[in-house]
Design a protein around this ligand. Sequence first.
Ligand SMILES: NC(=O)c1ccc[n+]([C@@H]2O[C@H](COP(=O)([O-])OP(=O)(O)OC[C@H]3O[C@@H](n4cnc5c(N)ncnc54)[C@H](OP(=O)(O)O)[C@@H]3O)[C@@H](O)[C@H]2O)c1
Length: 274
Amino acid sequence: MANHIEGKVVLITGASSGIGSALAREYARLGVRVAAIARREERLHELVEGLEAGGAQALAIGCDVTRDGDLERAVGTALERFGRIDHVHANAGFGVAGWFHTLSLEDYRRQFETNVFGVLRTVQATREALWASGGNLALMGSVNSFISLPGNSPYCMSKASILALAHSLRHEFRPRGVAVTLVAPGFVQSEIRKVDNTGRLNENAPDPIPDWLPMNADKAARQIVRGVCRKRRIVVVTGHGKWSVRLQRHFPGVTHAIIHRFGVSSRPEPKKAE
Ligand SMILES: NC(=O)c1ccc[n+]([C@@H]2O[C@H](COP(=O)([O-])OP(=O)(O)OC[C@H]3O[C@@H](n4cnc5c(N)ncnc54)[C@H](OP(=O)(O)O)[C@@H]3O)[C@@H](O)[C@H]2O)c1
């Protein structure tokens, strides 16, 4: 990819870890100025120091996507520093895991507050700047935007909502010159599988996914940025993710049978390692 995005500005929510941090590093590598957003400001400062040491321009902005008004303030800070926003990644998210009968409405609300309303707040706060720049909006879905697993209904519902939002916004934003991409990763290395149903990170919790399966976050970020810059409607990341989405699209009955026959279910909520 030629560096046609050099000098542009990206705003990334959930940049303090995992895919969001990797996206920040990838954009910085391509000469894009980075507004990095998350709640853990010390992590963001470390990230920004690293990016600046490599010659990039970057800004750390503490912000909770579940709080009304936080994103408007964050976007104001980014615009004050950089003057424009060309790319937005509504990436912040976590997973509420569990079987339906073990969960409360509050669990579903908490999931939606971050994964759905957090994305809506991000789009609301950045819309004007994106319409002005004719930029790119990337909404973070998942393979679970397409396939729902047992034991994971809050997360799967939240990510299916983002797929629906991406479809609607693609039509609405197109006349404004803004391309909308749904990003749908399979397993990627990050902290997400160590974060419990309340959003708290349990550093020592074991990752239930075997080491060989998740894609490296930097590799995922390269593929995501390439797809977004090419204005792809949907970017599915990881080989296993691509196969799963294809299988569901063309043979939904087979997907259902596999899940049923082999008892495929989601990871459980992570607990602290003993
Ligand atoms: N990794 C995967 O296998 C995978 C697969 C499919 C989709 N995804 C999606 O990719 C996105 C990034 O996840 P990840 O895998 O990189 O997980 P991660 O390492 O746990 O990162 C999640 C990021 O979201 C931020 N965040 C969470 N709640 C927030 C809030 N209320 N306000 C602001 N920021 C918040 C966290 O920052 P703070 O805690 O500092 O606020 C963190 O930077 C998520 O939407 C996830 O659903 C991941």
